[in-house]
Design a protein around this ligand. Structure first.
Ligand code: PLP
Length: 424
């Protein structure tokens, strides 16, 4: 595919060969960087700038963005309303500290409370921090009730982050390997199995919370069934447990509702957010309902960067622009289009079992292949498409929520032949 011929794209940046430590003599980007810790298996690309759903690398090559910075760039790149708002904020004040009130915190909290039906918010800067705060809330909830060794139910294939507590809650032995001893106090159960949840917790007075993603992201795009969400809500109420739903990846409009659990008509007690909330500016939040809103008291929790004026402005403006531009409806519409088009284009592969399932909701889509497909990440980038692969064999699409039907079609036109070739 001739990427340069893609329609609707702006003129690429002047094509200067890459230079610097991660480029070889010919200007090709190398996989590793000599001074940055080797923590990521990187695709040998360095991005320079973007516009909407397109990005360009330092060599001027264009890509269509099916990854959105891993479900972060809600408004795509260089959004004409977000950028001036952030510039305005930067010129006023970037950071002040939580010694003082930050008016933007109240503004964003009020909005999140209204959207979620919950009551109070704690701000931080990343997803794992939001989850770490949720875990602390659950433990203190237990201690306040006289439970000395509180236990939290977590799920197989879950991903909650890479701090010691959140990787302990994560259900992936590869992420935990080498970091023991893990944090104790977790009970692990399979997803969508209410009998297993009941059995694992039966007669255990130490259980204080259940903690799960409404749609597992890193685990391979596995959704909690709506019935399960409702049944779990009931069980939490009956047993006075906190229902804690990690919406770090699936939240903020990605599925077509503000929060993915809202499809089940329930309200959790604790909801960690991050990623898409700031459209690229680092931000995290823990939204709490009445049962959890007053557990933390002064001195119980805090963070230097959490809720700083720049991050708060990013959150407020992201939500405002999402509302103005109808991005929830767009996520639902384009997501349904994606799924239908993928099902049509890959009908033969679905029939012969090469494609096991196309799943997800809105603009959080997983294409589960019958064999590992990590290589597709690089192959797609080579021909101008950014995406990711999770759980070894699941191609994940989490594009900006501004994506158009035409851009979705472009992604389909690039991706489907690659999948067919991979499975052939
Ligand atoms: C569901 C979920 N929770 C938590 C995290 C961790 O977020 P962060 O990488 O910002 O720490 C992620 C990141 O992928 C996630 O998908």
């Amino acid at each position: 595919m001739n990427v340069a011929a893609l329609p609707n794209q702006l003129a690429p940046a002047p094509s200067a060969p890459a230079s610097g430590a991660f480029a070889d003599a010919a200007g090709f980007i190398t996989a590793a960087s000599p001074h940055v810790m080797n923590t990521y298996g990187r695709v040998p690309i360095a991005l320079s700038h973007g516009q909407g759903c397109r990005v360009w690398d330092v060599n001027g090559k264009a890509y269509i963005d099916g990854l959105g910075g891993i479900a972060v760039n809600t408004l795509g790149h260089n959004h004409p309303k977000l950028v001036p708002a952030l510039q305005d904020q930067i010129a006023k004040i970037i950071h002040s500290s939580n010694y003082y009130h930050v008016p933007g915190q109240e503004q964003l909290a009020k909005k999140l409370v209204a959207l979620s039906g919950m009551t109070n918010v704690f701000f931080c800067s990343t997803g794992l921090e939001a989850n770490e705060a949720a875990l602390k809330l659950a433990r203190k909830f237990g201690h306040d009730k006289g439970i000395e060794r509180p236990e939290i139910v977590v799920y197989e294939k879950a991903f909650h982050g890479r701090s010691i507590a959140t990787l302990s809650a994560t259900g992936n032995p590869k992420i935990q390997a080498g970091f023991g001893p893990l944090v104790e106090g977790f009970i692990r159960v399979p997803i969508n199995d209410i009998a297993a949840l009941k059995q694992a917790t039966q007669g255990n007075p130490n259980v204080v919370a259940v903690f799960f993603e409404a749609i597992q992201g890193e685990g391979g795009i596995h959704a909690m069934h709506l019935d399960y969400l409702r049944d779990a809500r009931k069980l939490c109420d009956e047993n006075d447990w906190l229902m804690m739903i990690d919406e770090v990846q699936c939240g903020m409009g990605r599925t077509g509702k503000w929060f993915a659990h809202q499809w089940a008509g329930i309200v959790p007690d604790v909801m960690p957010l991050a990623k898409g909330l700031g459209s690229g500016v680092p931000i995290g939040a823990v939204v709490a309902g009445p049962k959890a809103a007053n557990i933390f008291q002064p001195g119980n929790h805090g963070t230097t960067f959490g809720g700083n004026p720049l991050a708060m402005r990013a959150g407020v403006e992201t939500i405002r622009i999402m509302e103005e531009e109808g991005l929830l409806a767009n996520a639902e519409r384009v997501g349904a289009h994606f799924k239908a088009a993928l099902a049509r284009e890959l009908a033969a592969e679905i029939a012969n079992g090469g494609v096991k399932e196309i799943r997800g909701q809105g603009l959080m889509i997983g294409i589960d292949l019958a064999k590992p497909c990590g290589v597709i990440l690089t192959q797609a980038a080579d021909i101008g498409l950014l995406l990711s692969v999770t759980a070894d064999s699941v191609i994940r699409l989490v594009p900006p929520l501004i994506i158009t039907l035409a851009e979705a079609d472009e992604i389909i036109r690039i991706l489907c032949p690659l999948i067919k070739q991979h499975l052939a």
